[in-house]
Design a protein around this ligand. Structure first.
Ligand code: NAD
Length: 391
């Protein structure tokens, strides 16, 4: 169904969210279809793989606005593949593709229910006595509220929350490839990505050369309206979110960080747009190095040794993702397990595979979506002990 209506889904998602149509058409919607295909395989394993497991029941699912249909797929595919029913609340900014999906999915009545509304509707779902599990993707602040609200209720809970993820460039990295990696890691979807690698750590020695290359590449990025086909960044989802980005960057400026922006003059005259932004002279404990900005803003720092890179990386309340760039695989494999990051890409960015569990540590939440781990988040184990006749 997703593939049959892919053009309509792509246009609707771009209009509703403001992200480039090129991304909804080539990334969001194909990933949605792949997620369902992958989980269709798990559904066929009900009797063999899950004989000692039962579905949880009714799942309340709350999703954010940055990838509305993709987050819907990540939520409902494993839930229905394991025999649960779902009540899903899309984000208030972006409900359209969820409504269209529910209308056309052709699922048995009651299996998938979409309820629109803002955070207060989400809170009603969280508190509802007939809901057996809450699966939430959104901000760490709301995640904490939901954890408190469900404590002692017997409801299961998984939380996919915020991040301040890393991009580490070693001095033996292929710098041109790493520059392309950085562009994808932070400016994809205007930086409104939970795992956006918003902290860049470059090994001393190469720093000036790398930053110069990156700035040249940033000058080529085009910001425009979602239905224009040749843009790299679209709009920020909402004026409130735009103001949040602006005020965080201003507080960084007041703390003494240097702000560099590419192509500010080329922003569309009307709408919520923010240029690709690079922040240097950042202290590790400063606001811009610590707080999630959820916009197209990259902060850079340098390191001398792998140990210092690990220490800087882990100086964070979050623990979601990292990209490590080096031509020496042993070097990357030495650092990767020491990072507080649920997902590590080596010489790569943004590889999202339905067969691999995605999720974080620390205040980035817990539970996994995708892969075998994601399936078991929607099942409860059940033991069968049967006395045989005559014993
Ligand atoms: P948000 O927490 O404000 O909203 C997320 C969803 O929760 C929305 O549907 C909203 O209506 C609902 N909500 C708000 N208050 C609620 C409450 N009290 N009870 C129940 N539901 C409530 O987050 P956002 O601004 O929409 O999304 C951005 C955040 O999401 C970022 O922090 C980002 O890192 C995070 N995110 C994480 C992942 C991940 O997989 N880890 C993926 C995407 C986004």
């Amino acid at each position: 169904m997703v593939q049959r209506h892919s053009r309509l889904f792509a246009v609707l998602e771009a209009l509703d969210n403001g992200k480039p149509i090129r991304e909804t058409r080539d990334i969001d919607i194909p990933l949605v279809a792949r997620h369902f295909l992958h989980h269709a395989g798990w559904a066929q394993l009900q009797n063999s793989e899950f004989a000692d497991y039962a579905p949880l029941g009714v799942i309340g699912q709350i999703v954010p606005w940055n990838f509305p249909l993709l987050m819907l797929a990540w939520k409902i595919a494993p839930a229905i593949a394991t025999g649960n029913c779902v009540v899903l609340k899309p984000a208030e900014y972006t409900p359209l593709t969820a409504l269209m999906f529910a209308e056309r999915a052709g699922l048995p009545a009651g299996m998938l229910n979409v309820v629109t509304g803002d955070g207060s509707t989400g809170a009603v779902l969280v508190d509802h006595p007939h809901v057996d599990k809450i699966a939430f993707t959104g901000s760490t602040e709301v995640g904490k509220l939901i954890r408190l609200a469900t404590a002692g209720s017997g409801k299961s809970l998984t939380l996919e929350l915020g991040g301040k993820s890393l991009f580490i460039v070693f001095d033996d990295a292929d710098l041109d490839a790493a520059v392309e990696g950085v562009v994808d890691a932070i400016w994809f979807n205007q930086g409104q990505v939970c795992c956006a690698r918003s902290r860049l750590l470059v090994q001393e020695g190469d720093e000036a050369r790398f930053i110069a290359k990156l700035k040249r590449r940033m000058e080529t990025l085009r910001v425009g309206k979602s239905l224009e086909k040749n843009i790299d960044l679209g709009a920020i989802v909402d004026p409130v979110q735009l103001e949040r980005i602006r005020s965080l960057v201003e507080s960084g400026r007041r703390e003494g960080s240097a702000i560099w922006q590419a192509g500010e003059s080329a922003l569309p005259a009307d709408g919520s747009f923010y240029p690709p932004t690079l922040v240097t002279n950042v202290a590790p404990a400063s606001i811009l190095a610590q707080q999630e900005i959820f916009g197209p803003v990259l902060v850079t720092m340098s390191f001398r040794s792998p140990d210092e890179a690990v220490a800087l990386a882990n100086h964070s309340r979050y623990g979601l993702a990292a990209s490590v760039w080096s031509e020496t695989i042993g070097r990357a494999l030495d650092v990767a397990p020491r990072l507080a990051a649920g997902v590590v890409w080596i010489n790569a960015t943004n590889l999202f595979d339905a067969a691999v569990g995605f999720g974080g540590y620390r205040e980035s939440g817990y539970g996994r979506e995708g892969g075998r781990e994601g399936i078991y988040e929607y099942l409860k184990p059940r033991a069968w002990l049967i006395r045989s006749a005559g014993r």
